[in-house]
Write a protein that binds this ligand. Sequence first.
Ligand code: 13P
Length: 249
Amino acid sequence: MARRKIVAGNWKMNKTPSEAVALVEELKPLVASDDVDVVFCVPAIDIIPVAEAVKGTNIAVGAENMYFEEKGAYTGEISPAMLVDAGVKYVVLGHSERREYFAETNETVNKKVLKAFEHGITPIMCCGESLEQREQGVTMDFIRQQVKVGLQNVTAEQAKTMVIAYEPIWAIGTGKTATTEQAQEVCAGIRACIAEVYDDATAEAIRIQYGGSVNAATAPELFAQADIDGGLVGGAALKPDFGKIVNYK
Ligand code: 13P
């Protein structure tokens, strides 16, 4: 069975609550689609107003992070139950910006992935190499480690429902999209890694996105690749262009 495409916007640290609602109202008619899953991953403070604004549409709400404990003395953190209660269906975990600026590791990402599944939230687990790693020829070694450690103790049944986002760090926010061949090659490598860790059925089911300077011009070719099941979009998710990316065909 063909995998359903999933196009998610990662708003990062952009849009106040009132600006977020205005953006949703602007994008709503543009991202309507019967055959692509559409997700808006928004800052925590925007989740409640955005969840209200997308009611009755095809847009699902995602968070950009989540803590791995149930509750307690973790000042400033957001729990999975809080996200579920607010209407969140997806959560971005292990984004390279969180790894770089907030000391996330493969181990903490793994804890968060497990916790998200416990609460019925679909993880969008990010991986991706730096320019230095690409030049050293260790891209796939590095990504395989991120994926394998991130998926420790995740069952095949769970893995089948999740999303992995391949985002080469050198392509994020740089306007430098990976070539279609580079993106497809790594996404195929991630799928092969899933087949090794689990089995072919799990590898066939899991959805793998490409992220990194995706725009309306590059999306059609990227999303047409055999192992690319959609995109995780930063800058272009804040513009009407996002509608073109969702309706890339
Ligand atoms: P850009 O699309 O702005 O490069 O960001 C990609 C990204 O990091 C999405 O998570």
